[in-house]
Write a protein that binds this ligand. Structure first.
Ligand SMILES: [Zn+2]
Length: 187
């Protein structure tokens, strides 16, 4: 059985033989990168153009996406990809990368591993899956619970590397999920 190495969370997640984990690293151009992945996994051209248009819109609206987790099927294989922007600020990069890694962890069915760590290191007994509404996973909008859990991964990672998560908030980041995650940590 293979293992996905989540670098920032420092977790190794056991995977079944059909799953592949790809940490694509820092990406300069989101649309270019997504389009390349979409082509690689054989999405239809119409769908590829639609996804590119969606990304362009996100950029225009300054939605503040720092990275992305995406899952592709290829034959009987399940490919989990994460990528992210270099924000030029270490704590923020940790926040973004841990966020995407936590999405991947969820996708790989390994949230328990993070729960264990949070319990061991902070004494918090959390049931991360209970925050996620699995019925509502079609659109990005409305996936508040999923984003909050990903932000819990960010808060965990920031504390692990000795950064104060509140400083990131003061850095102009006002995100509902992140604030909720901080509250859960008692911050
Ligand atoms: Zn997210």
């Amino acid at each position: 059985m293979g293992k996905a190495k989540l670098k920032i969370l420092e977790l190794e997640v056991p995977m079944d033989s059909f799953s592949v984990y790809h940490d694509d690293g820092f990406v300069e151009d989101a649309i270019e990168h997504c389009t390349r992945l979409d082509r690689k996994y054989g999405l239809r051209e119409g769908r590829i153009r639609m996804r590119a248009a969606e990304l362009r819109l996100l950029k225009i609206k300054h939605a503040g996406i720092g990275g992305c987790y995406d899952r592709y099927e290829k034959g009987c294989e399940d490919h989990h990809h994460i990528w992210y922007f270099d924000t030029g600020f270490d704590p923020n990069n940790i926040r973004v990368r841990a966020h995407e890694e936590t999405h991947a962890l969820d996708g790989l069915g390994g949230l328990r591993l993070l729960e264990q760590r949070i319990f061991e290191e902070h004494g918090l007994n959390l049931d991360l899956s209970s925050y996620i509404d699995r019925r509502n996973d079609e659109r990005v909008i409305g996936r508040v619970g999923e984003e909050m859990v990903a932000d819990l991964g960010s808060v965990y990672a920031l504390l692990k590397y000795g950064f104060d998560p509140r400083e990131i908030l003061e850095d102009g980041l006002k995100r509902e999920g992140f604030e909720k995650a901080l509250k859960i940590y008692g911050g």
